[in-house]
Ligand binder design. Structure first.
Ligand code: GTP
Length: 331
């Protein structure tokens, strides 16, 4: 099975972290987000992924350093200019002649793709959309359906309290190749705001499956922080990162970091390989990246220290994502 993953956005809400690193390559608990997504797709038999790239294409090519990730064959579809979600699918899926999966490259989920494929096949759908339920749908595109899942309408950002349903488009689709013919070539078009609503008018077979699985759009500083926390708590499975070992309840360690005997590690936290945690330093509800140095008496709380970061002795780091070059407040 093939999948197109949309990773072309600039991730403006996560600047400055995304000025040099595209959002899908930012780590979640020390694993590049896109790798988590490829692992998830691979578990459902996806063997070929086309990365639909616009912003900082070289960063992806450098990251994967070739055309494979584990058992998955990778292809890169690089846009000269942003084509929107539908335009990007049309461009990236050029030549695909069988059923395929599309997903947004910024959604952390354990959605059951096997169930979704059965749902799609049983209804002979032309397009199936995964839905997730949120408390406040007013910032999202909501998708009311009939009992069998047939889509009734697409309602973009309904005013608070007036949404017809709290089930929103979760950004994962199964598409028949005929959907590609509905998208104009090389134009900026949105699949959720233009292609799908037009399919409804043209009586396309459009269905949506309500999923109770874990779902989080990592696109804002708060959600980026929440994703780390949720992964540490096992919301998308254990261990939270490959090779991580639970040193004490909720305290995970990768490889061989140097941790001072009197450093205080409070769960949940993850310490990356080669990190150095100084004497009396305190790490709580945080992720410490590979090779990061935390000086003596420093306090790191609710923070994400990405590879390349270092914390001076005695410093106080709270609610921040920090790299070697910049920091982002996650409050
Ligand atoms: P913000 O700038 O912070 O809104 O983030 P974003 O640029 O990622 O935009 P948004 O969250 O709306 O995008 C949802 C998904 O679609 C993300 O996975 C983006 O990478 C992807 N995406 C958005 N626009 C494009 C595009 O023009 N081309 C491609 N290939 N992907 C896109």
């Amino acid at each position: 099975m093939k999948a197109v993953v949309l990773v072309g956005g600039e991730g403006t809400r996560l600047r400055p972290l995304t000025l040099h690193t595209p959002k899908p390559l930012l780590p979640i608990a020390n694993v590049a987000f896109i790798e988590r997504q490829l692992d998830w797709l691979g578990r459902y038999g996806v063997t070929e992924v086309i990365l639909s790239i616009g912003y900082l294409p070289d960063a992806f090519i450098r990251h994967f350093n070739g055309d494979s990730y584990g058992e998955i064959h990778l292809r890169y579809a690089v846009e000269d200019e942003p084509l929107g979600t539908a335009g990007a699918i049309r461009f990236a899926a050029d030549g695909i002649e069988e059923r395929f999966i599309v997903c947004n490259g910024d959604v952390l989920t354990d959605l059951d793709l096997g169930e979704m494929m059965e749902f799609h096949a049983a209804r002979k759908a032309e397009a199936s959309i995964a839905l997730t339920r949120v408390l406040d749908p007013s910032a999202f595109g909501v998708v009311p359906t009939r009992e069998d899942g047939e889509v009734i309408a697409f309602v973009e950002k309904p005013p608070a309290g007036q949404a017809p349903t709290d089930w929103i488009n979760a950004g994962t689709y199964i598409l028949e190749p005929s959907v590609l013919k509905r998208i104009p070539v090389r134009l900026n078009v949105s699949v959720e705001r233009e292609t799908f609503p037009r399919m409804l008018e043209e009586t396309g077979r459009l269905y949506a499956l309500q999923s109770e699985g874990y779902w989080l759009d990592i696109g804002t500083p708060e959600k980026y922080e929440q994703a780390q926390h949720d992964v540490l708590l096992g919301c998308v499975g254990f261990p939270p990162a490959p090779g991580a070992v639970e040193r004490s309840l909720g305290v995970w360690v990768q490889g061989s970091p140097e941790i001072a005997a009197d450093a205080l590690l409070e769960p949940p936290c993850l310490i990356g390989d080669g990190a150095v945690i100084g004497e009396r330093a305190q790490i709580a509800n945080s992720v410490v990246g590979k090779g990061v140095k935390v000086g003596a008496d420093a306090a790191v709380r609710d923070a994400i220290l990405l590879e390349g970061a270092s914390v001076s002795a005695g410093a106080d780091v709270k609610r921040l994502a920090v790299t070697g070059e910049c920091e982002l407040s996650v409050v």
